[in-house]
Design a protein around this ligand. Structure first.
Ligand code: PAF
Length: 277
């Protein structure tokens, strides 16, 4: 597995792998089984798989955890090797932002999709995500790029960018990976002590209740949201809403174009979960 740090090295790597299909998994490192399932998918369905590890400064707000975001590069490299990835692209900030952070053309995602849900508490977050993902797409030219359904809003906004800008890349959504008690995997789960872990399990319970309602053809958003909210009793819920794939709240689930989004805090730990119908 090749470790690539510069754009010239990346170009040379691509030159040596011309006409192969490329599966790409963008990450910020601190890899867990959720990321590894994306990489497995990329390895299994493409000639070569490239993983990027880059903690992107432009998607962090001023009071967010950019400086202390976990950087476990050596462990991440070993994990990528074990999955059969062909290369890891780990650029420094000035490789991806050679003109500085404040002096370049930037993309603005549609307000209706970016300033709601996660966007209400993370101003400009999705603009920063699109900036780096577009740069990575342009540098890597993947055939297929893999994103987790867990970050549903991110995934839908990236799909919109690919569609709006006519990018010739398939965005492959990958299912949420859960632990043995059904809690969605997240790097934040390590902050849960055993009491808060038990509390956190209310979130997948809420998701499961919603899934059973929809399976029973109960599609009214209010019923689904209220039932899920009742399961979340005791947690501080930021949102629990049924939306369509444009992230607009809807009155009724339409199969193939709806999801339930949940963000809730267990003590200080903020957790996201969702299900796609
Ligand atoms: O989901 C992430 O880890 C990041 O938002 C991404 C897509 C790698 C962009 O920095």
């Amino acid at each position: 597995m090749q470790i690539i740090k510069t754009i010239d090295e990346l170009k040379a790597f691509k030159e040596n792998n011309k006409s192969k299909t490329i599966g790409f998994v963008p990450t910020m490192g601190a890899l867990h089984s959720g990321h590894l399932s994306l990489i497995d998918n990329a390895v299994s369905n493409n000639d070569i798989a490239i993983v990027s590890i880059f903690v992107n400064p432009t998607q962090f707000g001023e009071n967010e955890d950019f400086d202390i975001y976990p950087r476990t590069h050596q462990k991440d490299i070993e994990l990528c090797k074990s999955t059969g990835a062909s290369a890891v692209f780990m650029p420094e900030i000035d490789v991806l932002y050679p003109n500085g952070l404040d002096n370049e053309v930037i993309l603005t995602p549609p307000v209706d999709m970016a300033n709601v849900f996660e966007g209400t508490i993370r101003e400009n977050h999705f603009g920063g995500v699109l900036r780096v993902v577009l740069k990575l797409f342009n540098l890597i030219s993947p055939t297929n790029a893999y994103f987790g359904r867990k970050d549903a809003q991110q995934l839908l906004i990236i799909k919109k960018m690919v569609n709006d800008l006519f990018l010739d890349i398939n965005i492959i959504p990958c299912d949420i990976v859960r632990d043995k008690n059904n809690l969605a995997l997240s790097s934040r789960n390590i902050y849960l002590d055993s009491a808060s872990y038990e509390m956190a399990l209310k979130i997948p319970n809420a998701i499961n209740k919603a899934i059973s309602l929809v399976s029973a053809n109960i599609l009214e958003s209010k019923i689904i949201e209220n039932t899920a909210m009742a399961c979340l009793n005791g947690l501080e819920v930021d949102y629990c809403n049924v939306v369509d794939f444009n992230l607009k709240k809807i009155r009724e689930i339409k199969k193939g174009d709806s999801l339930l989004l949940i963000a809730a805090r267990v003590g200080k730990v903020r957790l996201l979960d969702n299900c796609w119908f």
